[in-house]
Write a protein that binds this ligand. Structure first.
Ligand SMILES: *Cc1c(COP(=O)(O)O)cnc(C)c1O
Length: 229
């Protein structure tokens, strides 16, 4: 199946759900992204800043880029001018820098707080307690150039459907609680980004509004720098 075929399959499958498709194009070439673009896909996710910046410069300007990987504070400045959504905010320090760089660019940058839900040590993210702590902090009230529009989480890479479902449910419960307590009057707080190639079906059933699908659309990733040819 071609990239276009894969994409059309997902579009159709997600049509009746509330989930929007983020096509995760990391490690794939600009030409492959164009194949998706040419049949109407506009939302793409990348996880490495340098790769994202190079692709943004090269590709059509109406692409909505999401950063989905861990972001170092010293790299925020490179994406602040154009990024549509930073899905991977995992500290107050990072948020402070995003706010600062957004202000420099006269922008308000949409962000998701990445919440740690997996039973794995390698995954970045805030704990449930840290999310609450962050939202209650004095600092947070002063961030005028960021808008928190929801939460993101990555489930454990496991065969256990029950475990994955439990993790998505926990995130959904946190999301609803936070919405009531901190964003009651902000309809823009509405995104729950969960689900990847292996578990998006479960995620959609558990209330995902944004699935991040890479390998099922673009094929297996070859780990290399994307321009290394
Ligand atoms: C790579 C990545 C994805 C996509 O993973 P696939 O298994 O290829 O669909 C989704 N979310 C994040 C945070 C990623 O880093």
């Amino acid at each position: 199946m071609s990239i276009a075929d894969n994409l059309l399959k997902y579009k159709k499958e997600l049509e009746d759900s509330s989930a929007k498709l983020v096509a995760v194009s990391k490690f794939h070439e600009a030409s492959e992204i164009m194949e998706a673009y040419n049949i109407g896909q506009r939302v793409f996710g990348e996880n490495i800043v340098q790769e994202l910046v190079d692709k943004q410069a090269e590709l059509p300007k109406d692409i909505e880029w999401h950063l989905i990987g861990h972001l170092q504070t010293n790299k925020v400045k490179y994406i602040a001018p154009f990024i549509a959504l930073i899905e991977s905010v995992d500290s107050e320090k990072l948020l402070t820098e995003i706010n600062k760089q957004a202000a420099k660019n006269n922008r308000v940058i949409d962000c998701l707080l990445q919440v740690y839900i997996a039973d794995e040590e390698t995954k970045f993210g805030l704990s449930f307690d840290e999310v609450i702590e962050l939202l209650r902090s004095d600092n947070f009230q002063n961030f005028k150039n960021i808008r928190i529009v929801g939460l993101m989480g990555i489930a454990t890479n496991t065969e256990s459907e029950k475990q994955i479902r439990d993790e998505f449910q926990e995130l959904k419960v946190l999301f609803e609680g936070i919405k009531l307590s901190y964003f009651r009057n902000e309809p823009s707080f509405k995104e729950l980004s969960m689900g990847m190639s292996a578990d998006y079906k479960l995620a959609v059933e558990e209330g995902s509004t944004m699935v991040r699908i890479g390998s099922n659309i673009f094929g297996k990733r070859v780990i290399k720098h994307f321009k290394a040819e």
